[in-house]
Design a binder for this molecule. Sequence first.
Ligand SMILES: NC(=O)c1ccc[n+]([C@@H]2O[C@H](COP(=O)([O-])OP(=O)(O)OC[C@H]3O[C@@H](n4cnc5c(N)ncnc54)[C@H](OP(=O)(O)O)[C@@H]3O)[C@@H](O)[C@H]2O)c1
Length: 261
Amino acid sequence: MSKSIAIFGGSGFLGRKICEVGIGLGYQVTSFSRSGKPPSINEAWVDKVEWVHGDIFKPESYKEKLKGKSAVVHSIGLILENQGYKKSMNSNFNFLSDLQNLASSLKGPNPMKKDRLNTYEAIQRDSAVILADAYLEQQKEDPTFVYISADQKIPIIPEGYINTKREAEFELSCKKDLRSIFMRPGVLYNESDPPLNNRRIFTQFVGLGYDIKNTLLGNNIDFINQLVRPPCSTEQVATKIFAKIEDKNASGVVLLDEIRK
Ligand SMILES: NC(=O)c1ccc[n+]([C@@H]2O[C@H](COP(=O)([O-])OP(=O)(O)OC[C@H]3O[C@@H](n4cnc5c(N)ncnc54)[C@H](OP(=O)(O)O)[C@@H]3O)[C@@H](O)[C@H]2O)c1
């Protein structure tokens, strides 16, 4: 089978790195997203990816294109059901007012305005099952599905975030003809982002907390180890995804410690 991969969410923060690494390894890469547009980065690999418009909730519109794909990646998630936080994490302007915006996003969406497709359940669990079923219909030979899950519950983020990730892992692992790989990264940063980018600042802060914990307490107190987790880079996740896809015996959960190795 040819090396070809479909990445749902390939234009996103993590997805674009998976596309880039895939191109570097000689894969034919197709990215699906609602916009169908490439990220605005001026790098040679971008032109080698096929950027396709596709809404994961409408499998009739894309399933034909899954035929012959050696693997499919689900890289779509929702950290808060109120999307206002994204502007804050990606902007580089007033950091204090960004933090205030982030805090107000935590109050959640106005229940009267809640969109049934904009929930943890729909985006993180149901969309993965819809995609896996569409892929299984098209691909009979060694179908491989990579689901981007998460390390653990993040303090202050609602339980629904991690619960629906785990439910998706369970649902996918019940599909007996599918080889499923569940990546569980921690907070992500991109090594090539400038150091003063808000996301970089945030992950440097998380990394510093982790280093201080290791220096003062080592790895001996389980409860603290669970609370203070290290960040990892999009490069580490993307590289590990392809290592797992190419190891035909690999399946199941890939923990944060293994991703960081
Ligand atoms: N960022 C982190 O620190 C972090 C940490 C741990 C785990 N994760 C997980 O990693 C995954 C990727 O996160 P990310 O930060 O890269 O997300 P992101 O930047 O928000 O990217 C999401 C991607 O999904 C696409 N998308 C959204 N809804 C879609 C739909 N209905 N149909 C098709 N495409 C859709 C978006 O493009 P359009 O809007 O154009 O559709 C975009 O390409 C998620 O599962 C997340 O939970 C992230």
